[in-house]
Design a protein around this ligand. Structure first.
Ligand code: HEC
Ligand code: HEC
Ligand code: HEC
Ligand code: HEC
Ligand code: HEC
Ligand code: HEC
Ligand code: HEC
Ligand code: HEC
Ligand code: HEC
Ligand code: HEC
Length: 248
């Protein structure tokens, strides 16, 4: 054999070997839990995991709904649906996910460039700068609102969001009446698949803070377990069925 073919032959032999080994060696299958015991204040629940999949023929992604591509390990429900969304959650959840593609599931929007034609608005306001800017006692010269108004705001100085919106709404109440659908004329949104910056707290945009945007743990389990039972009319789901899942 010509000398220069020897390294190539060796590489090919190794690759062939690896290919065969790949076929012969068993798939590194993830261990499926047989049963799962949930301990909670309503009484322990034994969930027959394998039976649900094998005997009742329910595909994994019916329950593990983050498995879009079918390959990633399912995450524990509690990493996304905790008991409460408190400061511990904010601290811990950032490290709960295998990679950053998960962030987008919840952090789905960030403000992009402001769409605002300043020159045109000087005209619309009849050259009255104070339609938006302060008088000289606060603002010696008109400038960017963000120079004084911070994202969080203080009791004395409102957040930049509230300050700006408060001025714009005078002439654009129609945009704000549309709720979250009305942000677009002024705010371009980032393409979140390529977003690199910090994530904005949900409440910056979702101003109704009482609203649970992601289900808490109890509701996540009850909804998933019982919605399916109800739909199929099999398994416990009726109001007096609590004991069929919760052991005393
Ligand atoms: C009927 C719903 C359901 C089906 C179907 C199902 N699972 Fe699960 N699975 C669960 C629940 C609920 C848990 C518990 C998660 C928790 O405790 O946060 C779980 C837990 C797991 C865990 C353990 C995760 C951990 O971190 O502890 C793995 C692994 C898993 N499932 C894989 C699978 C695979 C693979 C399939 C398909 C072959 C599947 N499951 C089908 C509901 C289901
Ligand atoms: C990677 C994060 C993540 C994981 C892990 C996760 N969820 Fe969710 N879940 C979400 C998000 C985000 C929503 C959507 C919120 C919305 O649209 O209301 C959601 C919605 C739900 C809903 C509402 C109905 C639906 O399907 O849209 C149920 C029920 C639910 N999850 C149960 C579960 C259960 C049970 C598990 C574990 C087997 C689980 N989730 C694991 C993030 C997650
Ligand atoms: C309709 C509301 C409105 C009116 C009327 C208005 N401004 Fe502004 N102005 C703004 C906003 C909002 C910003 C901040 C824009 C930003 O952050 O990109 C701004 C920013 C500025 C800035 C800072 C620009 C920079 O890039 O640093 C100057 C200077 C300014 N305005 C001058 C004026 C003057 C002078 C008038 C009157 C002739 C006027 N503005 C009228 C809303 C207005
Ligand atoms: C030089 C600092 C400074 C700049 C620049 C500034 N603000 Fe303010 N703003 C303040 C302070 C201080 C207060 C609180 C004092 C008060 O309530 O009068 C305030 C209060 C406000 C308020 C609530 C009280 C009111 O006047 O209605 C609004 C709304 C507001 N600012 C809008 C804006 C907008 C819109 C811009 C940009 C176009 C802007 N501010 C730029 C310092 C500033
Ligand atoms: C004095 C009244 C007035 C104020 C205050 C005002 N606007 Fe306007 N704005 C107008 C008028 C008039 C138009 C042009 C007619 C129209 O399209 O409604 C306009 C148009 C716009 C448009 C284009 C509308 C579209 O559908 O594309 C945007 C974006 C906009 N304004 C943003 C702002 C922002 C941001 C503020 C607050 C900083 C603001 N405006 C405050 C009067 C005002
Ligand atoms: C009429 C135009 C207009 C509309 C409609 C509007 N905004 Fe704004 N928004 C502004 C302006 C102007 C600012 C101030 C930007 C600056 O000076 O940096 C602002 C600021 C904000 C900020 C603060 C950003 C920061 O840096 O802290 C948030 C959050 C925000 N808007 C969310 C929204 C959401 C969510 C909607 C839809 C419900 C919305 N806005 C609708 C004009 C608008
Ligand atoms: C299941 C939904 C969900 C997923 C997935 C998720 N987050 Fe969050 N995140 C939240 C909620 C809810 C909060 C706290 C409430 C809020 O921001 O208003 C939060 C808060 C944060 C904050 C703090 C924001 C602030 O300034 O208060 C950061 C930073 C953050 N998340 C980063 C991430 C990163 C990075 C990922 C991906 C690795 C991720 N998150 C995945 C729901 C989620
Ligand atoms: C930059 C602004 C912004 C931030 C930050 C933001 N959202 Fe949203 N969100 C929106 C807008 C805008 C819509 C409406 C989209 C539409 O209907 O076109 C929306 C819609 C939603 C919806 C659909 C139901 C509804 O209320 O209309 C959910 C669920 C949601 N967001 C969850 C979250 C969660 C969880 C976070 C924080 C982890 C978050 N959002 C952060 C702007 C934001
Ligand atoms: C996608 C559909 C689906 C989901 C989600 C689901 N189940 Fe079931 N479950 C079934 C079916 C089908 C049966 C079979 C009932 C029968 O044999 O008639 C069943 C039966 C049961 C039974 C009685 C028999 C047994 O297997 O022990 C219990 C208890 C039960 N499920 C608990 C749960 C719990 C807890 C959850 C949530 C963690 C859950 N199930 C989620 C479909 C589902
Ligand atoms: C299909 C099975 C099923 C049925 C039926 C069911 N649960 Fe649950 N329940 C669960 C699961 C799974 C959990 C979540 C366990 C966890 O968070 O670890 C849970 C959690 C709870 C919790 C604990 C909340 C906490 O924060 O600790 C309470 C309370 C509860 N259920 C009450 C009820 C009541 C009342 C009923 C009857 C109306 C009922 N459940 C019916 C499966 C069920």
């Amino acid at each position: 054999m010509h000398k220069k073919f020897i390294p190539i032959t060796i590489v090919l032999a190794i690759l062939l070997g690896l290919t065969i080994a790949g076929y012969v060696a068993p798939d590194e299958k993830q261990k499926l839990p047989v049963r799962i015991l949930f301990k909670n204040s309503g009484g322990k629940v034994i969930f027959t995991h394998i039976k649900h999949h094998r005997d009742y023929e329910i595909p994994c992604e019916k329950c593990h709904h983050e498995r879009d591509d079918g390959s990633k390990e399912p995450l524990p429900c509690g990493s996304c649906h905790p008991q409460t969304f408190d400061r511990d959650y904010v601290r811990d959840h950032i490290n709960s996910f295998p990679d950053n593609s998960y962030c987008v599931k919840c952090h789905h929007a960030e403000l992009g460039k402001l769409n605002f034609d300043h020159d045109a608005h000087e005209e619309y306001a009849d050259e009255d700068c104070q339609a938006c800017h302060h008088t000289a006692d606060i603002e010696k010269e008109p400038q960017k609102c963000g120079n004084c108004h911070t994202s969080a705001g203080t009791p004395e100085v409102p957040s930049v969001r509230n300050a700006a919106h408060d001025r714009c709404v005078d002439c654009h109440d129609d945009m704000f009446k549309d709720g979250l659908k009305g942000c677009n004329p002024c705010h371009k949104m980032h393409d979140m698949n390529n977003y690199k910056g910090d994530h904005t707290p949900c409440a910056q945009c979702h101003q109704d803070e009482g609203k649970d945007l992601v289900l808490n743990r109890l509701d996540a389990f009850h909804d998933q377990c019982m919605d399916c039972h109800k739909k199929l009319k099999r398994g416990p789901y009726k109001d007096d069925d609590c004991d069929k899942c919760h052991l005393k």
